[in-house]
Every structure is written in C-alpha cells, then in structure tokens.
Design a protein around this ligand. Structure first.
Ligand SMILES: [Zn+2]
Length: 139
C-alpha cells in the first residue's frame, strides 16, 4: 500500500510513521492509498476519516496530540477507513442517517456500532503495537 502525509509534526519520525501505517494496514487488510493530513482541529477532535470514491481515503489527525495519542487516533481512523472500503459503513449525506451493514443507524456517539468497533479495535491494535513492535515506549 502507499500513503502520503501533509504537515507531519517532527516529533513523529518517518520510521515511526511507516511502522504505524504498515502495521495498521496489515492488521486491517487495507491495500488502498491513504492520505494523512495533520491539521489543527479547532473543535478539539482528535481526527476524522473521509472516504470518497474518486479521492480515496483521507485521514485527518490533530498534530497537537502526543505521539501515543497520534498513534491511537491513526489506528482508530484506519478502522473507519476499513469500514468504508468494505462498505460496512456508509456516511449519511446531509441529515440522512449513516448506514451500518445495510441498516440506518442513529444514536449517541459512543453507542454507534462503527465507533464501538473503532474503539475496541484501536485498543487491541495499540496493545499489540506498543508491546510487540515498538522497542521503547512513546512519550
Ligand atoms: Zn470514530
């Protein structure tokens, strides 16, 4: 797979970025090209994932986060990328509800099935990545 970054903060080295993206792509079996934009989020969110048939996957990450949080946020958004690529999640346009596995779903953020999967998978990925791939802890 191929990825590009924009605005990557210097605290995230190129080798670390490679390790994070390659691990996540392998874990989630993603082969699509991904653009990762580090940009400030004035609303305080950590990240987002957009999927467009023509533009592909764009992941946004708040560069102010710590390296550990950047890594976890990347894993979380990569889970959403996987959900979009496989058609499990289809974002609602305008006020239309999003669809999950073919059904319209609304509810509180933390109850949304794609968020539950993203948080659960992010935690599992972080556990493996931090214990088995990183040689020393991130600060
Ligand atoms: Zn999410």
């Amino acid at each position: 797979m191929y990825y590009s970054t924009y605005g990557k903060p210097s605290k995230v080295s190129n080798p670390l970025m490679d390790k994070m993206v390659i691990f996540a792509a392998d874990f989630l079996e993603i082969d699509e090209t991904i653009e990762i934009d580090f940009e400030d989020h004035e609303d305080g969110t950590c990240g987002f994932c957009d999927y467009d048939l023509e533009e592909g996957i764009t992941i946004g990450i708040n560069p102010e986060l710590s390296r550990t949080e950047i890594c976890k946020t990347l894993f979380h958004e990569m889970v959403h990328a996987k959900q979009y690529i496989r058609g499990e999640l289809i974002s609602g346009v305008g006020k239309a509800p999003s669809r999950w596995l073919g059904k319209e779903v609304t509810g509180a953020y933390m109850d949304l099935p794609w968020e539950r999967e993203a948080y659960d998978t992010e935690a599992a990925m972080w556990s493996i990545f931090s214990n088995e791939i990183l040689k020393k802890p991130l600060k």
